[in-house]
Design a protein around this ligand. Structure first.
Ligand code: GRF
Length: 191
């Protein structure tokens, strides 16, 4: 079973998934491998990381396309060359069109840095602080047509501390993302 991971930036979640695949021997235990990492940005740091692990990388620049649909169609064609059992969004900062989402129904996952259904969208950490939340966290979910909604696969909770800024809270949440995203994928693909 092939996994294709989509990134736009640092790729720390992608790296955590690749590491888990190696350390937990997903190839032997689950028959799973990370087949490709695809970025919509050529300078995404995560691409170097993937190349260093000898994983195929692809860049598809959304700015080269006239519409969201045209980009999504090209993206799906690229992804499908790897015949994926699972397509993993990991800090992929593009909204995907309903047609794209439908094409990958049940095999498209995302990680969102809040305890969904609270705080969909952007700036989740500042919004959690501003709301006076005592706890925050991250959610792995299946992607459906509506943004940041869709069946929840896994979650992690962290405390919000009195001195937290959006950055300190984000770092605490991100370290948990690195645990739950590989776990959710392994669970999903072992079914
Ligand atoms: C993560 O916080 C993820 O939840 C959000 O974007 C960030 C991506 O970080 N959607 P990275 O690229 O995996 O390091």
């Amino acid at each position: 079973k092939n996994i294709v991971i989509l990134i736009s930036g640092g790729g720390s979640n992608m790296a955590a998934i690749v590491r888990a695949a190696q350390q937990q021997d997903w190839a032997q235990r689950l028959g799973v491998r990370v087949a490709a990492v695809i970025s919509n940005k050529a300078d995404a740091k995560g691409l170097e990381l993937a190349r260093a692990q000898c994983i195929a990388t692809e860049v598809l620049d959304h700015k080269q396309f006239a519409s969201r649909e045209a980009f999504d169609t090209a993206l799906a064609a690229l992804i499908d060359q790897y015949d994926p059992a699972l397509v993993v969004l990991a800090g992929f900062m593009r909204i995907l069109s309903p047609g794209f989402v439908a094409h990958y129904e049940g095999r498209l996952t995302n990680i969102h840095p809040s305890l969904l259904p609270a705080f969909t969208g952007l700036h989740t950490h500042q919004r959690a602080i501003d709301a006076g939340c005592k706890f925050a966290g991250a959610t792995v979910h299946l992607v459906t047509a509506e943004l940041d909604v869709g069946p929840i696969l896994d979650q992690a909770v962290v405390p919000v501390l009195p001195q937290d800024t959006a950055d300190t809270l984000a770092a605490r949440v991100l370290s948990q993302e690195h645990l739950i995203y590989p776990r959710a994928i392994a669970n999903l693909l072992s079914k």
